[in-house]
Design a protein around this ligand. Structure first.
Ligand code: PMP
Ligand code: GLN
Length: 400
């Protein structure tokens, strides 16, 4: 085996001469890079989005019970255990009035990450164009590339990060196959309004496009409420909806996600999914089935708690001199570093642990249009109050 003479360039990793061209532009994910930096420097990690408090004790106990009772310790069924598929269908009905057949229209995946990969690999032909909201969640660009497709960014611009419907219409070409949406949106915190969703739906129907909608932060909408795109006229038959227990129940390590859609769409996604992991998370599937049936008080309390933390972090960042863009959803705040005399988010984030013992994520890596995100930084607020307070007190040192 001989390596090419010229190894492909990598943005943030060592030279990897064996990596194929589709993946050559992708280095280590920014989340792994920044979490490693947090560990080596002993910094407070407001980078990667994982809570520092586990989800409900009774749900952790349900997982332990499943293991002890021999439920899910061997390969679960390919589409997911029936208890969880039924609970997902019941959740869609309970919160959104959407009806899905648990046997044919629900698929359990290894987190939303696998759902995104399987959906893109299943639905795209090489050369198809995919319009995705920029800044992108990082796996979108990599999975579009793995499918051999072409990403077409639709930029959400500061300070409001609204969807530009005219730009969206203009981005559709005869090669466009799919829209890849994310609402509530990571990293900006944008929640698409009913009018924006209606415009997307109208366009998808009129141009006969498929839509993948990543709604992992569906239970973290602070203003208004979450509207699933699949519920809009004409959308059920063309929409793959993705969600995750990691976000809603604070068990990100369990990697339980799911897809809902018509039988035709779900069976396509399942075909790809079965050759990625086949199945995953056996005992955890039983526990998440219980979690999805928790009373409203759980979901309301989770949202209220995170909303309070959003305000705590937002106030702290403002006091530390950042320009803060108020998120309507998710557990992230995007802030601008320009008022601190800084220009480059990546350089800023690399230096931040050394300067004040805090880790954040540079949004610039989520943009093709580097100028649009050059000075934006993302902080997560899914952390204990005293951790948020300590982090913002450290960040205040940047002003001196
Ligand atoms: N989509 C978005 C927008 C995310 O923020 C994340 C991170 N949780 C994922 C997908 C991946 O979710 P999971 O951890 O369930 O794979
Ligand atoms: N979704 C998490 C975030 O945006 C990261 C998940 C991951 O590291 N892949 O922070």
């Amino acid at each position: 085996m001989s390596a090419p003479v010229t190894a492909p360039a990598s943005s943030n990793g060592p030279v990897r001469p064996f990596l194929n061209r589709r993946l050559a532009a992708f280095g280590t994910t920014i989340f792994a890079e920044m979490s490693a930096l947090a560990t080596t420097t002993g910094s407070i990690n407001l980078g990667q989005g994982f809570p520092d408090t586990d989800g409900p004790a009774e749900i952790a106990e349900a997982a332990a019970r499943a293991i002890r009772d021999g439920k899910g310790n061997q390969y679960p069924p390919g589409p997911g255990v029936p208890e969880l598929r039924q609970a997902i269908a019941a959740h869609q009905q309970r919160f959104y009035g959407l009806t899905y057949d648990p046997d044919t229209e629900v698929l359990v995946t290894a987190g939303a990450t696998e759902a995104i990969a399987a959906a893109l690999l299943a639905l795209l032909e090489p050369g198809d164009e995919v319009i995705a909201l920029e800044p992108f969640y990082d796996s979108y660009a990599a999975c579009i590339a793995m499918a051999g497709a072409v990403r077409v960014p639709l930029t959400l611009r500061a300070p409001d990060f609204r969807l530009d419907v005219d730009a969206l219409r203009a981005a559709v070409t005869p090669r466009t196959r799919l829209l890849l949406l994310n609402t509530p949106h990571n990293p900006t915190g944008t929640v698409l309004t009913p009018a924006e969703l209606a415009a997307v739906a109208e366009l998808a129907v009129s141009r006969d496009l498929l839509v993948i909608t990543d709604e992992v932060y569906e239970h973290l909408v602070f203003e208004g409420s979450h509207t699933p795109l699949a519920g809009l006229p004409g959308m059920r038959e063309r929409t793959v909806t993705i969600s995750s227990a990691g976000k809603t129940f604070s068990f990100t390590g369990w990697k339980v996600g799911w897809v809902t859609g018509t039988q035709e769409l779900v069976s396509a996604v399942r075909t790809a999914k079965q050759f990625l992991t086949y199945v995953s998370s056996g005992p955890f599937q039983y526990a998440i089935a219980e979690a999805l049936r928790l009373p409203d008080a759980y979901f309301d309390g989770f949202r209220a708690d995170l909303q309070r933390k959003r305000d705590l972090l937002g106030d702290g960042l403002r006091a530390a001199g950042f320009e803060v863009y108020q998120p309507q959803g998710t557990y992230f705040i995007t802030a601008d570093i320009t008022p601190l005399g800084e220009k480059d988010a990546y350089a800023f984030c690399r230096a931040l642990p050394e300067r004040c013992g805090v880790v954040a994520i540079p949004n610039s890596v989520f943009y093709d249009d580097k100028d649009a995100g050059r000075s934006q930084v993302r902080f997560t607020f899914c952390k204990k109050d005293d951790v948020l307070a300590e982090a913002t007190s450290r960040l205040r040192r940047l002003m001196s």
